[in-house]
Design a protein around this ligand. Structure first.
Ligand code: AMP
Length: 197
């Protein structure tokens, strides 16, 4: 089963993807996490993307597409993938269609988490506090200025892919402001239906 989870920064994509990964035995591919690992390892790609990410802007499509293409062929993806934070542009959505087709796979569901954007700043502060309480490192793009830029990028470049999937009758929206467990059940209901179809 191959699934996309989309939504603005702070919508809960990562939290939900991790839960679904266990429940459905499919691999979460978070392009944001993959890029942060590249920065951590000081690879050439990491050096190329670090300042772009710190500004809250999108990394060029060709870099992201190449990253997903190579990662998808690993054996841990053979049961299926939950795409978290990808695609973020129409060009990436088109490339994903081609990649899935060339791997003989289909897309089973596209889930958009809807949020009240006025509450995203509160969520950001909660995420920072929770990360610090757990002794973790706060993401360098988790601050209010960058969040605003990430939201602009979302509206300009990512929101149009809702139409791309709606036109293909693939888009299903879940209220991302509900408690985490309720969001998870709503997504599971969609995936169970997709799996049975
Ligand atoms: P995320 O962890 O999904 O919030 O992503 C963090 C940052 O990584 C984004 O603000 C972008 O700079 C970059 N990024 C992650 N995924 C993508 C993508 N699919 N396309 C372009 N940039 C991305």
């Amino acid at each position: 089963m191959n699934v996309i989870i989309m939504g603005p920064p702070g919508a809960g994509k990562g939290t939900q993807s991790k839960r679904l990964e266990e429940k459905y035995d499919i691999k979460q591919l978070s392009t944001g996490e993959m890029l942060r690992a590249e920065i951590e390892s000081k690879s050439a790609l990491g050096r190329e993307v670090e300042s772009i990410m710190d500004r809250g802007e999108l990394v060029p499509d060709e870099l992201i597409i190449a990253l997903i293409e190579s990662r998808m062929s690993h054996s841990d993806c053979k049961n299926g993938v939950i795409f978290d934070g990808f695609p973020r542009t129409v060009a990436q959505a088109e490339a994903l269609d081609e990649m899935l087709e060339s791997h003989g796979r289909t897309l089973d569901a596209v889930i958009a988490l809807s949020v009240d954007e006025a509450k995203l700043v509160d969520r950001l502060h909660t995420r920072i506090a929770e990360t610090q309480a757990a002794g973790g490192a706060v993401r360098s793009d988790d601050n209010e200025d960058t969040l605003r830029r990430r939201l602009e990028e979302y509206h300009d470049k990512t929101a149009p892919i809702s139409r791309y999937y709606a036109d293909r009758n693939m888009l299903q929206t879940v209220d991302g402001m509900q408690p985490i467990a309720a969001v998870e059940s709503a997504i599971a209901a969609i995936l169970d239906r997709a799996r049975a179809a």
